[in-house]
Design a protein around this ligand. Sequence first.
Ligand code: DP6
Length: 317
Amino acid sequence: MSITAIAHPNIALSKYWGKREGAGNFPAVPSLSVTLRGMATRTRVAFDPELRADRFVLDGHEADGTRVTALLDRVRGAMGAPRFAEVVSQNDFPTASGLASSASGFAALAVAATRAAGLDWDAAQVSDLARASSASAARSIFGGFVELAAGERAASVVAPAEHLDLYVVVAVASEAKKATGSTDGMRRTAATSPYYAAWLEDAPRTHARLRAALLAKDFSAMGELAEASAMAMHASAIAAGIVYWNPATLAALSTVRELRAAGTAVYATIDAGPHVKVLALGARDAGIAAAALSAAPGVLRVFETRPGAAAHVEAAP
Ligand code: DP6
């Protein structure tokens, strides 16, 4: 049977950076993200007894399927049938550029593969499957504001998408594929950054305060903590020689600081790439942020997104 699933990227407000020692891909720190609407990965999985190997097509091109096959192997283990699959995946945003394509990619794959295999798994089991491939993907199984505790198998919902009138304004700082993937970036940070221990110590505290601010709907406290989490994550990475930023990143960050100094409550966050994602409460402030970021030197384009829905199987046409 062929199943198509849709999943959305998420942006972490408190960041996951670093893994626990040992197998299983468990994050070393808790994280809290918001699933985004507007951007999507659409993935079709078909198990086929005729195939002699898995086949993976990403954005129209045959691609390296090593991590796809690793997830499919876990599904095959549960289904008890050694069938290979064809996986066809399409992103409607640039792949591997720090717009979180691995999160939506593995979330869509986990949903489509388990359903195509006939497994009747709940969202927590699917989230666990996605986490083992890419921990941020565990969060994209759910909609709204989502948490993945350190050492937990699955993510869980902290608050629904409508909890806050949140806008995420994305300032695209490059269309290029990033040089260092997040798996490698966090491995090198853990191995060589003199600030990694400080990151591990601070991240759970920042996370707990951010979670409380979110639940209290204290947007400015939440925004400040989100920005602090991103800065601490990048500081730890930069100290290991891993710099995801480019000049447009810095221009966008200054724009956010200038807006704040002028009284607009906007806050920046950055994942393992150069783009700056700006958090704003309400359409008015989001509009102000979008206009200012569009004028920032080097920013290629700006788009607005909002909290979005859980990963799901696409309804039959
Ligand atoms: C900076 O989930 O891509 O986006 O588990 O190794 O696949 P792996 O890492 P990944 O890391 C995401 C890092 C981040 C922060 C975050 O999303 O929490």
